[in-house]
Design a protein around this ligand. Structure first.
Ligand code: GSH
Length: 216
């Protein structure tokens, strides 16, 4: 079984590990599955060959034998279901871990993505500052609720799971903004994720792509 994922040929985040192939790499590293990476330019992402794998012309995608998937959440879920290490055996604990994956993607990630859109696409608007403040408030509300739930626990529900992998991947997007840093439990939680050997291997792999592309 050969696994191939897609990633940016030159990531706009300059190798900071924020592109969504990172969460797939991390999941594959956690379960010990080797994988290959097909690197794509922005132009290639919109060409028919890639659109056949991803209807929206984005990364990441995932191919394994005759299965092709898109959407990072679906890919991480698939990896977690097929291999041990990312979902608990107990049925209820497993359902809760999956719930945290959904919470990361559908409740916590949206305002965080909105912030990136405001900062990079709406900066010239007269209402920029007001809109940014509004979005930041929405993020803070979610972080505050999440932090209350996590408390000083190591992970969201017992042992590390795909739910934590997804939540930490989402929170990493606001690391360094000062917002995450106001929540010490969440900052420590993210740092625990980053300290995992599988995370480090995934991070190094995506950074190597950027370094090679930029000749640094
Ligand atoms: N919901 C999708 C979002 C995918 C996505 O936005 N990918 C970004 C990279 S992180 C991308 O391909 N951007 C380029 C584009 O949309 O043209 C997922 O989780 O996989």
């Amino acid at each position: 079984m050969t696994i191939t994922i897609t990633a940016f040929e030159r990531s706009p985040d300059r190798g900071r590990g924020l592109a969504r192939d990172m969460r797939v790499r991390w999941a594959l590293e956690e379960v010990g599955q080797p994988y290959e990476v097909r690197l794509l330019s922005f132009e290639a992402m919109k060409e028919p060959a890639h659109l056949a794998h991803h209807p929206f012309g984005q990364i990441p995608t995932y191919e394994e034998d005759d299965l092709a998937l898109f959407e990072s959440g679906s890919i991480v879920f698939h990896v977690a279901e097929r291999h041990t290490g990312l979902l608990p055996d107990d049925a209820n604990a497993r359902a809760r871990a999956i719930t945290w994956m959904f919470a990361a993607l559908s409740t916590v990630e949206p305002p965080i993505i909105d912030r990136a859109i405001v900062r990079f696409q709406e900066r010239d608007q007269v209402w920029y500052e007001q809109r940014l403040a509004m979005v930041d408030d929405r993020i803070k509300q979610r972080l505050s609720e999440l932090s209350d739930r996590l408390g000083d626990a190591e992970w969201l529900d017992g042992t590390f799971s795909a739910g934590d992998l997804m939540m930490i991947s989402v929170l990493l997007r606001i690391k360094g903004t000062g917002i995450l840093e106001d929540y010490r439990h969440l900052s420590a939680y993210v740092a625990r994720g980053e300290a995992r050997p599988a995370y480090k291997r995934a991070f190094a792999a995506q950074l190597a792509v950027f370094t090679a592309a930029s000749g640094d």
